[in-house]
Design a protein around this ligand. Structure first.
Ligand SMILES: [Ca+2]
Ligand SMILES: [Ca+2]
Ligand SMILES: [Ca+2]
Ligand SMILES: [Ca+2]
Length: 280
């Protein structure tokens, strides 16, 4: 994880045995300072992940609740996967503000069973229940037909390996949800019969559960800390009547100048009342 400190020590080994340990060395991974919202089941109270299998061999049964799930073209029949993250947009802490400018959205998935096949992720275009079955999707599982699911994959995961995190770029799907498309998640289809397994939102290891990260920017968040407050107003004051090239983002109203009107626009967008930097 970013911003994590690891400490370790080393010792050498040769024909005579082991040397003494070295000093302990501490290394901190760089902190990811981009503004982002993260959704992982059980973290900060988030409970909106839905992930389950649908199986052609038991077309009316619900396959949900296990700590891993499978996507496979032949495991006693075809197995498709469904995954969605509910309640990602809104004005509550931890949600993506509805007017944010989305820079990137990606899902991190932890593979528990390798495959040499390709896993295609399709945007679901029709709603499905939390207890979805194979038959509930027209009797034939996920159909990439442009109406039930997107006709081409939004992402293809190639030969994911066991014990590794994999990243699925879903920027376009999440932008579409922001613009009013239904938040129906993704359908997963394996290209072959070598099954793929991954950790679900019910996995006992929270880190391994599917995680959606949405990186975004807010207009008026001049110091890019994810909120609009007095610190941003102070920045714009500093650039009043200065040349636009010194702070292009300061020109909130787009008239080509940095004026008190731009400062007023920022004040109107403050995250908390009276432009406080935290919830009163
Ligand atoms: Ca599940
Ligand atoms: Ca279908
Ligand atoms: Ca700010
Ligand atoms: Ca202006």
């Amino acid at each position: 994880m970013d911003g994590t400190t690891y400490s370790y020590r080393l010792r050498a080994r040769n024909v005579f045995g082991f040397s003494d340990y070295s000093n302990t060395v501490e290394v901190t991974t760089p902190k990811d300072t981009r503004v982002k919202a993260r959704f992982i089941q059980g973290m900060d109270g988030y409970d909106g992940t839905v992930d389950l299998e649908i199986r052609s061999s038991s077309p009316d049964s619900v396959f949900d609740g296990a700590d891993t799930m499978t996507v496979d073209m032949n495991d006693g029949g075809i197995v498709h996967g469904l995954l969605r993250f509910r309640n990602i947009f809104g004005s509550n802490d931890g949600q993506v503000p509805p007017d944010a400018e989305i820079e990137k959205a990606e899902i991190r998935i932890y593979t528990t069973g390798s495959t040499g096949e390709d896993i295609s992720f399709y945007t679901m275009l029709t709603d499905w229940p939390v207890s979805c079955t194979w038959n509930m999707l027209g009797g034939d599982g996920i159909s990439p037909d442009g109406s039930e699911a997107s006709s081409s994959p939004v992402f293809v995961l190639e030969s994911p390996s066991r014990g590794q995190y994999h990243y699925v770029d879903v920027t376009e799907s999440v932008k579409a949800v922001q613009q009013g498309a239904g938040n129906y998640g993704w359908g997963m289809i394996n290209s072959g019969t070598d099954g793929w397994d991954f950790a679900t939102s019910e996995n006992s290891i929270q880190e391994h559960r599917p995680m959606l990260t949405v990186y975004y920017r807010l207009s008026g968040d001049l110091n890019r800390d994810g909120k609009i407050d007095r610190a941003d107003v102070r920045i714009i004051r500093r650039y009043l009547r200065k040349d636009l090239s010194q702070c292009p983002e300061c020109d909130m109203d787009g008239d080509g100048r940095i004026t008190v009107m731009d400062a007023r626009k920022i004040v109107l967008r403050c995250t908390y009342p009276r432009c406080m930097s935290s919830k009163p």
